[in-house]
Design a protein around this ligand. Structure first.
Ligand code: TXA
Ligand code: MG
Length: 339
């Protein structure tokens, strides 16, 4: 199959027609590129798993054109915290896990009792989904376990020849995936930090959101997307944490060895002179910029044959939590603490 490169607005009808016919179209969202298929059509959704080489145990997010579409996908009444969060954060980078209705095929939910839904804020994504007129299942448009794509070129790198088309909308503004919040139980559980911060959720809910790790061991691990090694470059990731001078010293030393590249915060650049390969991800006080550049830096490292990426955890809350989560997973959960 030849993968076509489509542009908006000229090719939006074409893209919608491919989806309605059961085909696969990658499209930009405000977080990362998604690989879309008709969400209530099992055969179309099966093609997503095949193209990505994704295990069927990992459920997909249904992307909606209007909040009202939720009522078809979850039994009435929609839980009131969900209503409040939808009103506050949709369209936007917040995915809600809700009890599923019978309309949702098993292949979307991995056979589980819940369904994940979100209404994306990217105008091209919204317009596409509305023209399809039905929920669009869309995981990130990468091969399983590779970093999510933030550009149409990244999608083609992984999926060229495996999908019908890519809708090119330029780089995605947020750069890390949506926040996944499970509202199917008694308390809201944060399954994946992302574009909507924990602080914003707690303010809107008027109470705490529980961490996945703290939610109790009775809950089965919901998905491989939540496994430690994920969102990873092929390069080994050496992730450091600790007081700044000591972290910089340790990073500088590890980054001297051949095949290494250091991912730096902008304000540290003068202190890293002499390190052979340094990439500036942005100021540490500006996690939005760092998030937007992170996956591209992972993919560039792989293209350049880098064997080890050297990086440190990001201070602060907000979007830094999502960045630290992706860094930790890319490092297979290993954080090197220096004193
Ligand atoms: O920002 C995003 O969410 C992007 C864009 C394309 O919308 N999509 C995305 O999809 O990241 P994906 O499939 O790469 O990640 C979805 C995550 C996975 O970790 C999956 O296991 C989890 O959401 N998930 C999906 N359905 C779930 C469910 N019913 N219960 C728990 N976790 C679920
Ligand atoms: Mg993914």
């Amino acid at each position: 199959m030849e993968t076509r490169l489509l542009r908006a607005p000229a090719d939006l009808d074409e893209a919608a027609a491919i989806l309605r016919a059961g085909g696969l179209v990658a499209f930009p969202t405000e977080t990362v590129y998604g690989l879309g298929a008709l969400g209530l059509d099992s055969e179309a959704v099966e093609r997503v798993f095949a193209a990505k080489e994704r295990p069927h145990s990992d459920p997909l997010i249904l992307h909606l054109g209007e909040p009202g579409w939720v009522s078809d996908l979850t039994p009435a009444p929609v839980p009131s915290p969900a209503e409040a969060l939808m009103a506050r954060f949709w369209p936007g980078p917040l995915t809600l896990v809700l009890p599923r209705s019978r309309r949702v095929p098993d292949v979307v939910t991995a056979g589980g009792p819940t369904v994940a839904v979100r209404m994306p804020a990217h105008p091209m994504a919204l317009e596409l989904i509305r023209r399809v007129g039905a929920p669009v299942a869309a995981p990130s448009a990468n091969l399983f376990s590779r970093p999510s794509p933030t550009r149409a070129e990244d999608v083609l790198e992984d999926l060229s020849g495996r999908i019908d088309a890519v809708l090119d909308g330029g780089p995605t503004p947020i750069g890390v995936e949506s926040t996944v919040l499970d509202l199917s139980g008694r308390e809201p559980v944060l399954l994946r930090p992302g574009g909507v911060t924990r602080e914003a959720l707690e303010a809107a809910l008027g109470g705490p959101v529980v961490d996945r790790r703290a939610a109790g061991t009775s809950r089965p691990l919901p998905s491989p997307g939540l496994l430690e090694r994920h969102y990873s470059p092929r390069a080994e990731v050496a992730l450091f944490d600790g007081p700044r001078p000591q972290v910089l010293e340790a990073m500088r030393s590890v980054a001297q060895s051949p095949g290494s590249r250091l991912l730096a915060w902008e304000e540290d650049l003068p202190l890293l002179e002499g390190v052979p390969e340094v990439v500036n991800l942005g100021r540490s006080g500006d996690p939005a910029t760092i998030a937007a550049r992170l996956y591209r830096a992972f993919r560039e490292a792989d293209r350049d044959g880098v064997r080890r990426l050297v990086v440190s955890t990001l201070p602060g809350g907000g979007l830094a939590e999502a960045v630290n989560d992706r860094l930790r997973r890319a490092a297979s959960g290993v954080v090197r603490r220096v004193e």
